[in-house]
Design a protein around this ligand. Sequence first.
Ligand SMILES: [Zn+2]
Length: 1110
Amino acid sequence: MSRTIGGVPQILLYGALAALLAIVLVRREPRAWLDLVNQTPYQQVSDLFRQSKMPSQAQKPRFRKIQTFRTDYAPATITQYESERSGMRVVVVDRKGPKINGYFTLATEILDNSGAPHTLEHLIFMGSKHFKYKGLLDKLAGRAYSGTNAWTATDHTAYTLETAGWDGFAQILPIYLEHVILPNITDDACVTEVHHIDGEGNDAGVVYSEMQALQYSSSELMDLRARNLLYPENIGFRYETGGMPEALRVLTPERIREFHKSMYHPQNLAVIIVGETDQDHLLEILDEFEEKIKDDVPPPDPKFKRPFVDSPQPPPLKETVVETVEFPEEDESIGEIVVAFFGPDCTDLVQATAVNILMTYLCGSSVSVVENVMVEKEELASSVSYWWDSRPNSVIWFQPTGVATEKLAFVEQRLISLLKEVASKPLDMQYIKECIQRERRQIKSQAEGSEQFYSSNIITDYLFGKRDGSTLAQLQALEEYETLEAWTDEQWRDFLRKWISDAPHVSILGKPSMALAKTLKDAEEERLAKRREELGKEGLEKLKERLETAKKNNEKPIPPEVLDQWPVPGTESIHFIESVSARSGKARSLGTPPNSAQEVIDAAPQGMPLFIQFESVPTNFVHLTIHVGTSDIPLKYKPLLPIFFDNFFNSPVLRNGSRVEFEDVVKQLESETISYNIASAGRIGDSEGVAIQFQVEREKYDTIIEWLHTLMFDIVFDPIRLKAAVAKALADIPEAKRDGRVMALEVDMALHLLPESYPVAKRTLVKALYFRRLKKLLETEPETVVAWFNDLRRSLFTFQNMRVLVTADVPKLSNPVAAWDKLTQNPDMDTEKDMLPVTKPSAMLSAEGREPGSYGSVVIPMTTLDSSYSVSTAKGLSSFADPRLPAFLVALGYLETIEGPLWNAVRGNGLAYGVSFTREVDGGYTQFRVYRSPDASKAIEASKNKIAKIASGEEPLDRHLVEGAVSGIVLGVADEQATMAAAAQQNYIVSVVRGLDPDWNRRLLAQVRRVTEDEIRKAITELILPVFEPGKSDVVVTCATIMEQNMVKALRNMGYMIQVQQLSHFYDDYGLKTGADDEGEGDEDEEDDEEEGSSVAVESEGSESDVEMD
Ligand SMILES: [Zn+2]
């Protein structure tokens, strides 16, 4: 059993959004309904699946309780059951909050790259034995304050259900489980969902496209090669469970069904639930479910072999292997590295935790030895990240990123030699102890704040732990940390030598290759050309027909009376977390609510009138947010903010006149906190602001306020530290510039927002010029740059620009208000001035942004893309007080919902991976985005046509989808308040950032329930359709170079003015010049080349001045 903290490595998961993204298809025949009626009396079936509690007339549920215990580090009770009938496992983590999260997990092992596990994950959502309708599950879930999702990892497949309130969860659970255990996998579904050849001879299909987009990414190529070297052919961990494209092209429905049969039975299923659960009701539901499926599933097999656990185990590595893997990439300057070691058994808690501690010690932060030497000092990589695969033979991974291509081999060797160096000398035992304590604090806070802490640990236990419950029982306490605190230097170094520094390993050097990009492209074109020739016109026609038939068969509508069997659940079981607001200092002007927390604050010693909002919740921790605006930062310094952030916690400081080096600063901060962070204040609703956040134990309240003073006023900006930050940022630019989605958004921002806007100033397209020049300036005039940072700091940390949010159990704080004088006692602090207002997003609109439409459209061909992305922008709401808001939100929910109109019109026809609208209620604009499309113009067109039909009433609104849209808004509100810290933050956003009444959310929920169909159509007509109208909207498209001409033609036909530009056209240096001498340098040359080939303006109506740049 390992405690997982932090994220799961992304490269091992496919379709974390699979359900969201899957096209869920239906069987042709309305047989489902017949089956339902014929096989079982109608009343009985519907009762079986109703959410109402059935009195248990039959016998008691046949579930044996294995154990129940309360975790001693967080308020949660864990109970484990086993079905005596089927062998199904159930684990419930009971904890307070509005959200219930289910993870229905199967251990899935396969010895090939066919992709059967992943395709099955998609097909599960297509209907089940009794519910043979595409989308029934999601339509019901949508109405029951629920969302579904799923992922396929190398060793398991998990289906998730997240719901606001138990009643909705209980309604969906048995329907969902039937889909998992008894899916209806049709050939037609496999055609559209898995793979097909379209009428033009191209390969398509949802899973196919998903895997095709990944197959040549550096991480996929490197990971697969590493796994091939780590594991022989008889080990499941070797394989690409997502499916290799060439294997998906020949995967048959039979193979998928066979895989389902071998893995998807109750004996191999764990139902894991985190949230306020009615356990008696749960067991009744599961018992009834088992009763219902008992004739369709085999009885539990006493000789059942657990996947992976009872399979052969990999042999240890005999020797080190270092290999180079090329990946296609035009920019050949930057590569990356992965290094893998086998580690201890993940169910050995002490060993597993030791790996976590050791990795934190080595690469957890800028002071950890590997990061400190390789990133901060030697500047060999932009980061060295790490992760750990929890398995019986775990794998420890190091990943240096942003490595200069010519230094790949050197950097790999440097990493290994550095690890050996570390093992050869005594470790910093003080720091090891601090890592242990910090991790223990983090576990406690995660256990309080996130359901993921429980789900990931329980899934790992289910996969690899003991079936008698003894490994799960280890979740009760955190004893292993005490064991590790007693480890000696020698023990730690033995451990390091054994598993890492002296151990054989597999290293993959990922080398970018332009030639490979061309070879792959040519080979693919050749393959397709050959196929088209073989198929001939007739063959292609047949395939087209096959696809059309499959689509038609898959699109049978669900009769309304089927859905009507399930009433929309009530909201009584959604228990929102109460956070009580209180205010002091300048915040009192927003009102002092009459409550106990305010009484505590009023009775406490008062200090200087700093703006503080307190949020009182029964937490063991303190969350601090210092919210500052950027409106006083001079324009030319705004692009410096990302570097300022990087240095904020990573710089030397002056303390009592003497300099403390940055390593000591970081170590002290780490030892006093659980976490800290500085970033855009977007997460607290102010994308123009900056948020400095700390999470600490209650007794550190005063200490952290002192630290804030030090960080805000006593940092020494050090050119060496600034240079290290700039180098890291520059190394990340090539990757960022490859991202078509982000680049389209960046260009859109440049068109519609002022350069003063912080999101505009921090764009990659600014960094690309500004940081390159900043780097030079740091070499030639370091003092000038240091002076800029000092100016920047002064403009940020003024009394009138700081708002503080304190989330804590307020009565338990000893000196809640006056403690802040430690921050504000500063001769420069002027406490008299009025607060600077929080910038309204709509105030940042440029002239074009206020009245979009005169720019028209721009197509940006990018060699790194093989698909297209678009952003369309029109005028939108600019105030939360707009009376159209409730109807607008319901309309967006309606259009976007899974199985809704856009889902079917766009995704169902293979026109894009996804389309979405933004919900910038006070931004003054509406935005429509197309994500990864073979032709964004077609996705735009199809969306427009569909939406126009709905707006005009030609296509009537589907009542169940309207119910789903309303319930989706309820779920959204529950999401925003899912934890104590989130509920508190939400109060701050509503009252301080947005200036709304405290019960604004409650009133909105009441209003959305009353929205009429006419109001929905009106909102679509007034607020959504303009985003598709030339003259009222602007469109930014990024696409593969080969798509350029068609895209231009299509947009022109729609009626847009059009220009073609290169990305470099949108670079902005914010006035930072470094003189002519830098133009001769290599990197600037490259940029000039780009510029020469650019600006092939096609009907360029607007001149450059149309582009809002400074
Ligand atoms: Zn997927």
